[in-house]
Design a protein around this ligand. Structure first.
Ligand code: 3H9
Length: 741
């Protein structure tokens, strides 16, 4: 059914009930808004109607706001024309002849909350939430929210709610003045709303019209001072170049000082501008793409149904294994945790207990829930209990021989339908399962540390993995509240593979004489949680040497084999692990640049590059000169565009189902800034041709010293640039040409 509204009128009481209907969350699609405007006009004109209750269809939402996919259409210039929603809300919902009440069950967010605020009173169930999270999509409220919310809850609280995008639970919303009545049970909602609606209709309870309220706004001078405080918060917490938070404050201020009419006009102007910013395009992309990762062509649309995962066996109780066990027991899944001896087992069980207890200490979990979770955890040093397992997750050391032995044993002790998975981050899944006859039920479950906190689950399928096994693993990921991203089996899988140039490019810059701490600062300002050298310390220099070596071996045409990490390792600068890396670490793991402590290592690594390029010393000197005068933007391009290049290869090879899956994987694992959308979205917003040209210019610069391959734009990027299509659409747009890539 098309998104719409429908109504019924109780002839006895004269109360009309108008439903917003667009499952699952009653998003305000343009067709729903048109139907809403029509039906509100009818009901307001109907003499038999005394009052109107607006509510959401279905169990989960009043309305989660404007239909987000519509923004993509607006941004590409093909958006449907909307009725004048602001005029309709003011004339027919707030100030119409009949009073209106919003009956709220579940979420009233964004436009949904704005509709509710236009009514004359709000009744909500205790589990409901109300808020204006538009800023997290890079836009501002557009249906009068910047005007009505400050008038209902005060400027300060309204700013806080909008700037943080955090909704209020019903009880707090009532304390703040956003809700009038809270009912404990869903069944009480409509009767309570009806009672209030009739009381307003017969004049025993006054109607509130939010836009006319002035008591919580105060005089213009006070409003200006309040908004100024908001601006200070924005300046502190907003990345450079992100304008919509301060523009949201502009709309609030105009409304508070010049009146709601001027405020709504300002809000509309700001909305029309920010919805076209790259920040909004990126954030909307991330919102929608994150919900698409678990939809895999040929798997989730195959008609198969996922089998429930009631019991998971985990091999290895180290940091990873215990984190995975924590995520499972937290979400109602029984766990059998296996270790090699009693001492290690106790350590693993204690780590799970400590993970859970930290939530109890922070007040996020009750002691009862803790006990419940711990009762789901059983430990063993044999394979006892593995016959119960629906899935095994091996999280042992990264040792091929060991993993092959474990998998051969698993085949013997587990049920024939048990999924056998590995948490390896580096080893080919086919190699892990090579000594079994179970290759069709072997899959990678690559968690990111700390596994009970990080949202991404990278699921690695091989050409032999059964569809049912992929489907079950996606469902398992969702059951433990991860975002599952299914990827193909290749060196580094998707995430580590596309980010190998991140560290390598940084090493090259350092070898050419660029200050490592400047590199980290610039990349942090770009929006990554930490720069590549700080990250190398966190991951561990030895791990970096090992993983980097694999890439150099497998992708020799496009890697740079710096000696930097080897020399750091040999100089006992192992990173956070021994508190000495590119940074020195204190007992609280606070980092300070190691500076002089690593000067000799950096110099020796640079000298190694000089020696390798001895035959082209003059060209290398020229490169050094250029690189040392790089702007911050040059450094960002130098490090991030090779990441985009490798991402393009991953898309071209079909390692991910959709290009957007790679963006989400990058955001959720590496902390790629969501407001840049991920490597593919960022490149598409810039344009494939511009990315290609910049990479080609780096390639030309480095070819004389034999390092051009590191930057050479890949075939897919070149083809997309030539054809003028996006990297996201290239596979389908280039069609047959893809086969020739
Ligand atoms: C706005 O209102 C602007 C206005 O001020 C002015 C406009 C001019 N639209 O997240 P879930 C879908 S901007 C369309 O998996 P949960 C979602 O894609 C909007 N679809 O469930 C998913 O689809 P599928 C401001 C939406 O229980 C399904 O619903 N509002 C929308 O974890 C279930 O969602 C927001 O920013 C939408 N607005 O969380 C709120 N919302 O089943 C955005 C959800 O095909 N929404 N869907 O995968 C949320 O925060 C969460 O979805 C919500 C439910 C808390 C509601």
């Amino acid at each position: 059914m098309a998104p719409s509204t429908y109504y019924s009128i109780d002839s006895q009481s004269g109360v009309a009930l108008l439903y917003l209907s667009n499952p699952p969350v009653n998003a305000l699609h343009p067709s729903l808004l048109s139907s809403f405007a029509e039906n509100m006009a009818l009901l307001q004109a109907d003499a038999s109607v005394k009052a109107i209750i607006i509510t959401g269809d279905g169990p989960s939402a009043f309305s989660a706001g404007f239909d987000i996919p519509q923004f993509v259409k607006t941004q590409s210039g093909s958006g449907a024309k909307l009725p004048d929603v602001n005029a309709m809300l003011t004339a027919l919902v707030e100030n119409g002849p009949k009073p209106t009440v919003a009956a709220i069950k579940g979420s009233a967010l964004g436009g949904g909350c704005e509709v509710a605020m236009a009514t004359n009173a709000r009744v909500a169930t205790a589990k409901s939430v109300l808020g204006l999270p538009e800023l997290q999509l890079g836009i501002i409220p557009g249906f009068g929210g910047t005007q009505r919310l400050p008038r209902l809850v005060g400027i300060q609280k309204a700013m806080e709610m909008m700037l943080t995008s955090k909704p209020l639970k019903a009880v707090e919303a009532k304390n703040r003045g956003l809700v009038d009545v809270v009912v404990a049970n869903d069944d009480d909602l409509l009767p309570a709303a009806k009672q209030l609606a009739l009381a307003m209709a017969n004049g025993t309870t006054p109607r509130t019209c939010a836009l006319s309220k002035t008591d919580k706004i105060g005089p213009p001078m006070a409003a200006r001072a309040m908004v100024q405080l908001g601006r200070m918060q924005v300046a502190k917490n907003t990345p450079p170049g992100m304008k919509h938070p301060s523009m949201c404050l502009d709309a609030i201020l105009v409304g508070a000082t010049e009146g709601p009419e001027a405020g709504i006009k300002k809000e509309a102007e700001v909305f029309a501008e920010v919805v076209q910013h790259d920040v909004s395009k990126s954030l909307v992309h991330v919102f929608l793409s994150q919900r698409l990762t678990s939809k895999i062509r040929g798997v989730t649309d195959s008609g198969l149904r996922p089998r429930p995962m009631k019991c998971v066996a985990i091999i290895g109780g180290g940091l990873m294994g215990s984190g995975i066990a924590t995520a499972c027991v937290l979400n109602g899944i029984d766990v059998v945790l296996k270790e090699v001896n009693q001492k290690f087992l106790e350590g693993g069980m204690q780590r799970v207990a400590a993970n859970l207890m930290s939530s109890v200490k922070k007040g996020r979990m009750t002691k009862e829930k803790y006990e419940q979770c711990m009762s789901r955890l059983k430990g063993t040093i044999t394979y006892e209990g593995f016959d119960r397992a629906d899935m095994v997750i091996e999280a042992a050391l990264e040792d091929i021989g060991l993993k092959q032995k474990i998998f051969a044993e698993l085949e013997q002790v587990c049920r024939k339908d048990c999924i056998l998975s590995t948490n390896t981050s580096t080893i080919d899944i086919n190699v892990v399962g090579a000594k079994t006859n179970a290759i069709n039920r072997i899959i990678g479950n690559h968690f990111f540390s700390p596994a009970h906190i990080m949202k991404l689950l990278e699921i690695i399928k091989t050409d032999s993995t059964d569809k049912q096994v992929i489907l079950d693993t996606i469902a398992f990921g969702k059951a433990i509240k991860k975002v599952p991203v299914v990827v193909g089996n290749c060196t580094g899988f998707a995430v580590n593979r596309v980010f190998f140039p991140y560290t390598m490019a940084a090493c090259l810059l350092v070898d050419l004489g660029v200050d490592p701490y400047r590199i980290d600062k610039v990349i942090k300002a770009f929006g990554m949680p930490m720069g590549p050298l700080r990250l190398a310390d966190l991951v561990g220099i030895e791990v970096g040497v090992h993983v980097g070596g694999q890439f150099v071996q497998n992708f020799s045409d496009r890697t740079y084999a710096s000696e930097l990490m080897h020399r750091m390792r040999d100089g006992d600068r192992l990173g956070e692990k021994n508190k000495k890396g590119f940074y020195n670490y204190d007992a609280k793991r606070r980092a300070t640049p190691a500076g002089r402590d690593v000067e000799a290592i950096l110099a020796a690594s640079g000298a190694a590059l000089d020696a390798k390029a001895a035959n082209t010393a003059a060209q290398l000197r020229q490169i050094k000169q250029k690189v040392r005068s790089f702007s911050d933007k040059d450094i960002v391009d130098f490090i991030m565009l090779p990441v985009v290049n490798e991402s393009s290869r991953v898309v071209a090879e079909g390692i991910v189902d959709k290009a957007s899956d790679l963006d989400i994987a990058s955001v959720l694992s590496m902390g790629f800034p969501p407001y840049r959308g991920g490597p593919i979205k960022m490149a598409d917003l810039r344009g494939a041709a511009s990315v290609r040209d910049r990479l080609a210019s780096f390639a030309a610069m480095f070819t004389p010293v034999g390092l051009g391959g590191f930057f050479e734009p890949c075939d897919y990027l070149q083809s997309c640039a030539r054809a003028g299509v996006t990297l996201a659409d290239g596979r389908s747009a280039l069609g047959t040409q893809m086969a020739r890539l």
